[in-house]
Design a protein around this ligand. Structure first.
Ligand code: XMP
Length: 513
């Protein structure tokens, strides 16, 4: 039986992903599609309902994005949110005008009708507004079902045709009953089954993977990070020993990391894991290199060389599995995403080049990052692994400023180990997006006992973030900073000074290189 799903037409709102998330949290699968999708193509994919997202444009402008008007003729329930509601009003014969005052922030919705879309709400509810235009005249067949002080038509409905528009944002937490409104739309109005969960996702994925792969072999690169670990576990559940996971020890990993990955995945999860010890190869290729982009490119190239060689050695392999996530998928096909400058060449063990002649398997491509964590939990991945902070593909190479040597790697490994130990003890590990040490290419003077020292500086970086696109430096308690500093200086040979990085992104980046 095909699963129920909701199509979200994306008009470029910063909240579109949030709409998708909230709908899935209601137990209904949702997907974001381009705003200009043809009605017949949408209809062929058989969604149970359609949501029109918000967006930054104004429907009063001639250049504003519009959807195929025929989607209103498919007969499916449609919910327009903010821009989506205004567009619905305009296309169906209502009127939208620039509001005298922009409304941004909390407002009180007075519900006129508390059934159907607004069922279960109180007469007054807090909602979140963010709009410049407002609907001034209802399209034919619509009634006002809710108003705020600033927007007489804050919620409108044509219950007969199952068309709805809300000026506020039900998807944000500042609209406390927003999820109830979405659930009313999804379950009561559109008649969706609320049966999408990680458990059902695993069952369906395993079945689909088995059907597609049969008795062929699949290769994947495992780094021990959340995405590749979850990918490997899911495939292992589906095809067992026919999954060959390759773990490349590039010598740029943190203390004890290589051993722990081997022990977990081979020992505990019984995955068919091949470890390649490429430490020397990477160190040799990186010898004397100081330029950050050069480092990144070399690491990417050497990794691919090794992976290709291993692939050849593994015999006949038809498929390659990658841990592509949903945000990567939408980013690459977003209707609004323009080309952006390369800030850093990313190396990611998941991102192998297409010229490798494999069929591509991407079972996580429907999921958001925190859904991947939930999936990991469902698959029995330990809490420690599920909540690991991200670690970049080029590893410690981009955290040693200047040349990389075995001796400098050792210093950084020890310093980072102490830092993470302190952060974990303080209970802040999961609250921080990332926390790590950076080894600087400077030596400074210090005094230990009665001796003069002339040693390395370690910079500590800790940031909070939602998605790594922006980040704030973390306001770590002074007491914690003090113990981090004193422990690193006392316990790590070769370090006599610790500094704290107080830069946010932008204009800085999270990693130093
Ligand atoms: P920046 O330093 O650009 O990093 O603010 C944003 C996020 O991406 C991680 N990062 C990487 N991840 N391969 C990865 O898989 C890479 O080459 C890479 N470079 C940076 C970084 O740790 C942060 O979370």
């Amino acid at each position: 039986m095909a699963r129920d799903w909701i199509a979200i037409l994306d008009f470029g709102s910063q909240y579109t992903h949030l709409i998708a998330r909230r709908i899935r949290e209601c137990g209904v699968y949702s997907e974001i599609v381009p705003y200009n999708i043809k009605a017949e193509n949408l209809s062929a994919r058989m969604p149970k309902a359609i949501v029109l997202s918000g967006g930054p444009a104004s429907v009063t402008s001639t250049k504003s994005p519009s959807c195929d008007k025929d989607i209103f003729k498919i007969g499916l329930p449609i919910l327009g949110i903010c821009y989506g509601a205004q567009l619905m009003a305009k296309l169906l014969g209502g009127k939208v005008a620039k509001a005298k005052t922009r409304e941004y922030g909390k407002a009180i919705l007075r519900a006129r009708s508390r059934k159907d879309l607004l069922k279960g709400l109180s007469a007054k509810e807090q909602v979140w507004m963010s709009h410049g235009d407002k609907i001034t005249k209802l399209p034919r067949g619509f009634d006002i079902v809710g108003s705020t002080d600033n927007a007489r038509i804050a919620a409108m409905a044509d219950e007969r045709r199952r068309l709805y528009g809300v000026q506020f944002h039900p998807e944000v937490v500042h609209t406390p009953k927003g999820k109830r409104i979405l659930r009313n739309f999804l379950i009561n109005i559109a008649g969706c089954r609320a049966d999408w969960s990680m458990h059902s996702f695993v069952k369906a994925s395993v079945r689909e993977l088995r059907e597609r792969i049969g008795s062929e072999k699949v290769l994947c690169a495992l780094s021990g990070g959340v995405d590749s670990s979850v990918l490997a576990l899911l495939l292992h559940k589906a095809i067992g020993k026919n999954l060959i996971a390759i773990f490349v020890d590039n010598g740029l990993l943190r203390k004890d990391e290589a051993r722990s990955v081997r022990q977990k995945f081979k020992g505990r999860y019984h995955i068919n894991l091949k470890t390649v010890d490429a430490r020397e190869k990477f160190l040799k290729a990186l010898k004397g290199v100081t330029d950050p982009e050069k480092k990144r490119k070399i690491i990417g190239r050497v990794f691919i060389e090794i992976f290709e060689k291993e692939a050849k050695r593994s015999g006949r392999i038809r498929f390659l599995a990658q841990g592509t996530l949903y945000p990567d998928v939408i980013e690459s096909r977003s209707a609004f995403g323009g080309p952006s400058a390369t800030i850093k060449t990313h190396h990611n063990v998941g991102g192998l080049p297409r010229h490798l002649k494999f069929g591509l398997i991407e079972p996580l491509r429907e999921l958001f990052k925190d859904e991947v964590r939930l999936l990991g939990k469902e698959l029995g991945l330990s809490a420690e692994m599920v909540h690991r902070q991200p670690f970049p593909g080029p590893g410690l190479a981009v955290r040693i400023i200047g040349t990389i040597t075995e001796a400098r790697l050792d210093i950084l490994r020890e310093a980072d180990w102490v830092l993470i130990d302190e952060i974990k003890r303080s209970g802040l590990y999961r609250k921080l997006w990332q926390s790590f040490s950076v080894l600087l290419p400077v030596r400074t003077v210090g005094v230990m006992g009665d001796e003069r020292t002339y040693e390395n500086v370690v910079a500590v970086r800790a940031v909070t973030s939602k998605d790594a696109m922006t980040a704030n430096w973390a306001k770590l308690p002074y007491g914690l900073l003090e113990s981090i500093s004193s422990r690193i200086i006392n316990e790590v040979r070769g370090v006599n000074r610790v500094v704290y990085d107080i830069s946010s992104k932008p204009p800085s980046t999270i990693e130093w290189e």
